[in-house]
Design a protein around this ligand. Structure first.
Ligand code: HEC
Length: 124
């Protein structure tokens, strides 16, 4: 009985931070740049200068500044990541969650959608 309690306690410790979920209303946001080649190119440039340091040059979550972070920067080549809507990804870039900053003030809506368009191309 006692050991069962200890196991439950350890499991709780292991999931200290919940998976990051955007609110349902984020799914209603539609990417106005969907299918635009220029948007992908623009997003790629912003990603290289602002996001690759943590998320890695190819978006694999292996950037140098991400190594010591908890939770780890997301690997955007992972299929599970892509099961969420464009709106949810946009919302997360907008709002941020520690240790990732919010980009509401630093990147225009258009730039944030460009990033969404680019990140979508990283799926493997
Ligand atoms: C300081 C390091 C850092 C930088 C710079 C950074 N991120 Fe992140 N990012 C993270 C971490 C860590 C997470 C995981 C957060 C979590 O799971 O709570 C994350 C998560 C995300 C997610 C959500 C992933 C999911 O699981 O749904 C998106 C989208 C994202 N980042 C996009 C970006 C974009 C776009 C940029 C550049 C504008 C960027 N990030 C810059 C560290 C960073």
């Amino acid at each position: 009985m006692k050991s069962a309690l200890i196991i439950v306690f350890l499991m709780a410790l292991g999931t200290a931070q919940d998976a990051w979920k955007a609110p349902p209303e984020a799914d209603k946001l539609k990417n106005p740049l969907v299918g635009k080649e220029e948007a992908i190119k623009g997003g790629k440039k912003i990603f290289a200068t602002m996001c690759a340091i943590c998320h890695g040059e190819k978006g694999k979550g292996d950037g140098i500044a991400g190594a010591a972070l908890n939770p780890k920067p997301t690997n955007f080549t992972n299929t599970a990541f892509h099961s969420q809507s464009d709106g949810a990804i946009f919302w997360k870039i907008t709002e941020g969650r520690a240790p990732m900053a919010a980009y509401k003030a630093t990147l225009s809506e258009e730039k944030r959608w460009q990033l969404v368009s680019y990140i979508r191309t990283l799926k493997q």
